[in-house]
Design a protein around this ligand. Structure first.
Ligand code: DC
Length: 196
């Protein structure tokens, strides 16, 4: 079973996806961490393109994020890495390199995967697609930083822009607790699975 959770920054995707994965005994894929790891690598080595870097480096995204074996879990959360990730994510060559890696991971076992293009590009056949949103003010509060510029870039880029898949369920988390959002998604997943 694959559950895709897409949405803008600060909508709660990571916390929700991790908790849903735990509840369902599935694995959790944070695709944004892969873009962030390449972003960090490109800040450190501006001589190579993001796609060249993606082909050359080893990224592991689990509980910790490793870049060529180095623990970059905290480093990739820096605001300049967020901005750089959004910038390089417009590059179609980088996207196709990371999408291939993501599809390889999702090919075996049960997954809850979150990002911007999981339901539209990475896993269009996902069993359940959620588009998780929250008001811009709430998302900025949760992130502790302005998210508007990055969202606008992510949503208006030419390749794989952030947009709900036609068959995604929209879920607005503005006035819901984490537990409430998780409960709704787990219910949808269990109903869907029972109905197949
Ligand atoms: O989810 P996040 O905020 O950690 O993602 C960082 C950036 O990476 C985001 O601004 C856009 C890009 N991204 C993407 O283009 N596609 C994804 N599936 C995940 C992230």
């Amino acid at each position: 079973m694959i559950i895709a959770i897409d949405g803008p920054a600060g909508a709660g995707k990571s916390s929700v996806a991790r908790a849903v994965a735990e509840r369902l005994g599935a694995r959790y894929l944070n695709s944004g961490a892969m873009y962030r790891a390449v972003a960090l690598a490109s800040i450190e080595d501006a001589s190579r393109t993001p796609a060249e870097l993606a082909a050359a480096i080893q990224i592991e995204v689990g509980r910790r994020v490793l870049l060529d074996g180095r623990d970059v879990t905290a480093a990739i959360r820096a605001p300049e890495v967020s901005a750089q990730a959004s910038l390089i994510a417009t590059d179609p060559d980088l996207r196709s390199a990371l999408v291939s890696q993501q599809r390889e991971l999702l090919a075996t076992g049960d997954w809850v995967a979150e990002g911007r293009d999981i339901g539209t590009v990475v896993a269009p056949h996902a069993d359940l697609k959620i588009f998780l949103t929250a008001s811009e003010a709430e998302r900025a509060k949760r992130r502790g930083e302005a998210v508007g510029a990055r969202d606008r870039r992510d949503a208006t880029r030419i390749h794989s822009p952030l947009q709900p898949a036609a068959d995604a369920r929209l879920l607005d988390s503005t006035s819901l607790t984490l537990d409430q959002v998780v409960e709704q998604i787990v219910n949808l997943a269990e109903t869907g699975v029972a109905g197949r």
